[in-house]
Design a protein around this ligand. Structure first.
Ligand code: AN7
Length: 351
């Protein structure tokens, strides 16, 4: 099927200058996958869906924002774009910049970027620079350099990133015929929760599609929006959201409040448990992408959310292939046998 690029599909709702030059990789159109077994496991009679954003061209939701940010930059004949990244933004910026004939420079925190993301950034041809510091340090540096040089910043401080990322909210409403009752998603630098809220509100104004409550979820070791202050040394297995000073933190808190929802923190153990639960329904996500479900599970367990009869969407932001090490490290060595049928029968049928 021929897919219309998101910028055109939702042109009524995306604020992008006329001078822009379309740069697209057929992003978006990700499936909303029912999770009936997990819903039962959580103890409710309700409709639970995963918005599987890992199926975007570079394996994360970042591509929705990047098509708009890079198209705008291309329209201005920008030669170089830059971002700080825990990994997914880097891979996405690298891919779209390459396609536009731009140079991409990506700053990553030393040693904390999952292998699949780093490999992606390299494969797409970005200049990859490790900072002896955190994501937050890297973000400060790219903001400064883009203020003083003709280099376009493509982090979600760039408003065109948010314009693009709104499209996930539009797709969910289009598919369900209305907004869900709850939207549960991980929160790192807080661009995505901000975009979703903009998107749902905009669609509601035009189409009366309704508004969801938001459950934003941070990792306990990296939860500035729950603690109410920056975290100097954030730590979590969910490296994508290992962010201590979210650039759009204020907007995220406001979105959660306006929606009648909240932002909570969950443990790394719960995140990994829910990563396994999603895999048991055939959906392998990177750890951060299981945070939305982890938060929902905790809220239901504590009686804070009653899911009965509701439509609940969890946003699975990035593909499991992005972070293979987390699985490989904890898996037992594969069983080994001789290349003989008898040995295979012995092993799988028992003797
Ligand atoms: C899989 O790539 O910040 O709250 O530099 O990769 O919009 O930051 C990634 C963030 C959730 C959080 N899930 O989104 C980066 C980066 C995954 C992510 C988030 C990220 P925001």
């Amino acid at each position: 099927m021929n897919r219309i690029p998101l910028i055109q599909r939702y042109s009524l709702f995306i604020n992008i200058p006329a001078y822009s030059k379309l740069v697209t990789l057929n992003e978006g159109y990700t499936p909303l996958i029912p999770l009936p077994h997990i819903a039962i496991h959580l103890g409710g009679s309700f409709h639970l869906y995963a918005k599987y954003e890992g199926l975007n061209p570079t394996g994360s939701f970042k591509d929705r924002g990047m098509t708009v940010a890079i198209s705008e930059a291309a329209g201005r004949e920008v030669q170089t774009v830059i971002c700080a990244s825990t990994g997914n933004t880097a891979a996405s910026a690298a891919a779209y910049a390459s396609r536009a004939g731009q140079k991409a420079v990506v700053l990553i925190p030393e040693g904390k970027v999952a292998a699949g993301k780093l490999a992606g950034a390299v494969a797409y041809g970005a200049q990859v620079i490790q900072i002896a510091g955190s994501f937050d340090d890297a973000l400060e540096m790219v903001v400064q350099i883009s203020e003083h040089h003709p280099i376009a910043l493509v982090n979600s401080l760039n408003p065109y990133r948010l314009e693009g990322q709104k499209t996930a909210a539009f797709e969910i409403c289009d598919e369900l015929g209305k907004a869900p009752d709850w939207l549960c998603l991980p929160v790192g630098n807080a661009g995505n929760i901000t975009s979703y809220w903009m998107g749902f509100k905009q669609y509601n104004e035009y189409k009366a599609s309704g508004l969801p409550h938001f459950l934003g979820v941070q990792a306990a070791g990296s939860a500035p929006l729950v603690l109410g202050h920056p975290v100097e040394h954030p730590e979590t297995v969910a490296t994508a959201i290992r962010i201590g000073k979210p650039a759009r933190g204020e907007q995220a808190l406001q979105a959660a409040e306006e929606s009648g929802g909240k932002i909570i923190a969950v443990s790394d153990e719960k995140i990994l448990e829910m990563q396994r639960a999603l895999a048991s329904e055939g959906i392998w996500v990177e750890p951060a992408s299981a945070a939305g479900l982890a938060g929902l599970a905790e809220e239901i367990k504590q009686g804070a959310i009653d899911p009965s009869g509701k439509d609940i969407v969890i946003v699975c932001t990035g593909h499991g292939l992005k972070d293979p090490d987390i699985i490989v490290k904890s898996m037992p060595a594969p069983q080994k046998i001789t290349a003989e049928i008898a040995a295979l029968e012995d092993l799988i049928l028992g003797s």
